[in-house]
Design a protein around this ligand. Structure first.
Ligand code: GLN
Length: 499
């Protein structure tokens, strides 16, 4: 049986995910077999495992930090909000169905066996499981059916570290308020407090820490400074979406649709020298980019209507006519087509004309296409010629299935890594292309083939294509250094029961 430790926060974005990843990294460096766990995640940024199952990105990042392959056991429930009222509920990697918030709240408890089964799989394989909570354990209106914070801690008998965010202010009230709102036996689980995102002089903070201890009897296990690391975390990703200006010389614009999903697709591009990636929300911001990217969307038709109403669609069509390189990924690819049909009301319902830039019709159906693929880009000409034959790999997550007109060029020939089935992916017409493959731009050869002609046109030196995996590992090691320096790891080992 594994030992465990749970990281809970005083609020969302207190830094639980990163702290969990950092602790996992330190434990891994110290020679333990470790795994992350979060019973329920709410995010549109998901990932497909080797088995073709869907899970949240935060646990993928944490698995990378722990040096192991991501598995749905690490995140048995994923909620993907697809309307103002509700979410698509994914249980153990597969779609369970759409649920309104109220209905989900009622059914939550019935998911405990699935959660415990997933946890049990990790329990038998690893030495230590570091569990991440969600939001705050002191939401007194939600406590009754809790399966993510103290409810889960009790189910798996985990000691808790409670993290507060000093950057947003009121950290003493956050921590004490949370402690005071807990039941006696819940409070007894909290073995240490962590102050996160601290900037300033620690000696000024110290008297406050003493008083905090006097008031609740729980020691402060660490004061973690505000650090800027390049790690795929929901918060930092959302900050990226606010990037508006094109400072680099190749201007890549990503259309920031309201239901944007899988925006990790652009991480590698962001790291290329001489390229600036900006996110565009209105027609006025569109400008004249060198490369226009339409990202995935959890609700393609609703987002297409949004583009239509705010004038962005007309702007994109104008750019297409002017020869701008346009690439749509998944939902973005679907929008570029001629028609979208949703007879069963899977996402939006009804049918809608697409942008008409690719001869493709998309039909939504009840079954999710979910897999990893690998293959090669086809023989392309014109602005995309240099991408021809390059290796293409990544993953697919979509409800819609697209059919391209006979005789038109596909984007890539791929093999489904789960079933072994071979098929043609996507479509290319002139300077517009579309693909279902998420993570496509992480393939260095393909990215090079896309960018090099642009570097040449602009007369600038080709950029550096970094080794994404090595770069990520380096970031996790830097995170571990910060954790070792500022979190009392001896105390953490004691709390885990490994002193
Ligand atoms: N990941 C995506 O972009 C999904 C596209 C679309 N919502 C579908 O499910 O078909």
């Amino acid at each position: 049986m594994a030992k465990n430790l749970m990281i809970q926060g005083t609020m969302s974005n207190a830094g639980k995910s990163i702290l969990t990843a950092g602790i996992l990294r330190v434990l891994k460096q110290d020679g333990y077999r470790v795994a992350p766990f979060k019973s329920q995640n709410m995010a549109l940024n998901s990932y497909i495992t080797r088995e073709g199952l869907e899970m949240g990105r935060a646990q993928v990042m944490q698995a990378e930090a722990a040096g192991i392959e991501p598995n749905v056991w690490m995140n048995p429930i994923l909620l993907k909000p697809n309307s103002d009222m509700g979410s698509q509920v994914i249980v153990n990697g597969e779609v369970f169905g759409n649920r309104e918030a109220r209905d989900y709240f009622r059914m939550k408890k019935s998911l405990i066996p699935s959660i415990m089964k997933a946890y049990g799989e990790l329990d038998s394989r690893y030495d230590i499981i570091v569990i991440e909570g969600a939001g705050s354990p002191a939401e007194i209106n939600l406590k009754e059916n809790d399966i993510v914070n103290m409810g889960l801690a009790a189910l798996v008998d985990a000691p808790v570290l409670l993290v507060g965010d000093i950057d947003r202010g009121g950290v003493f009230a956050q921590l004490l308020g949370t402690i005071w709102l807990l039941e006696e036996e819940e409070r007894a689980r909290v073995k240490g407090l962590v102050i996160n995102k601290f900037r300033g002089d620690k000696s000024i903070l110290d008297p406050g820490l003493m008083q905090l201890y006097d008031k609740c009897g729980i020691p402060v296990t660490g004061v973690i400074p505000y650090v800027r690391l390049d790690i795929d975390e929901e918060d930092s990703l959302s900050e990226k979406l606010e990037q508006r200006t094109a400072a680099g010389r190749i201007d890549a614009a990503v259309i920031r649709v309201p239901h944007i999903s899988n925006f990790t697709d652009f991480g590698m591009l962001e790291g290329c020298e001489g390229v600036s990636v900006r996110y565009v929300k209105s027609a006025g911001e569109l400008g004249k980019p060198d490369l226009l990217l339409l990202p995935g969307s959890k609700n393609t038709m609703a987002d297409l209507l949004w583009l239509r109403e705010n004038g962005l669609e007309a702007g994109i069509q104008r750019l297409a006519g002017e020869g701008c390189r346009i690439m749509g990924i998944c939902g973005g690819y679907q929008m570029l087509g001629s028609l979208l049909e949703d007879p069963e009301g899977v996402e939006h319902g009804g049918s809608l004309a697409g942008m008409g830039l690719l001869p493709v019709v998309t039909r939504f159906r009840g079954k999710k296409h979910r897999t990893r693929v690998e293959g090669n880009v086809g023989k392309l000409s014109g602005v995309f010629e240099q991408m021809s034959g390059t290796r293409a790999e990544g993953y697919e997550i979509h409800m819609g299935e697209s059919t391209a007109d006979e005789g038109c060029r596909c984007f890539a020939d791929v093999t489904d890594c789960v079933t072994g089935q071979q098929y043609a992916d996507g479509c290319v017409k002139g300077n517009v292309c579309g693909t279902y493959i998420h993570g496509i731009l992480d393939s260095p050869e393909l990215l090079k083939g896309m960018l090099e002609p642009l570097y040449r046109e602009k007369g600038i030196q080709p950029g550096i294509y970094r080794d994404l995996q090595a770069y990520k590992q380096e970031q996790y090691d830097r995170l571990a250094d910060v954790i070792r320096m500022h979190l009392d790891m001896e105390a953490v080992y004691r709390i885990i029961g490994l002193d």
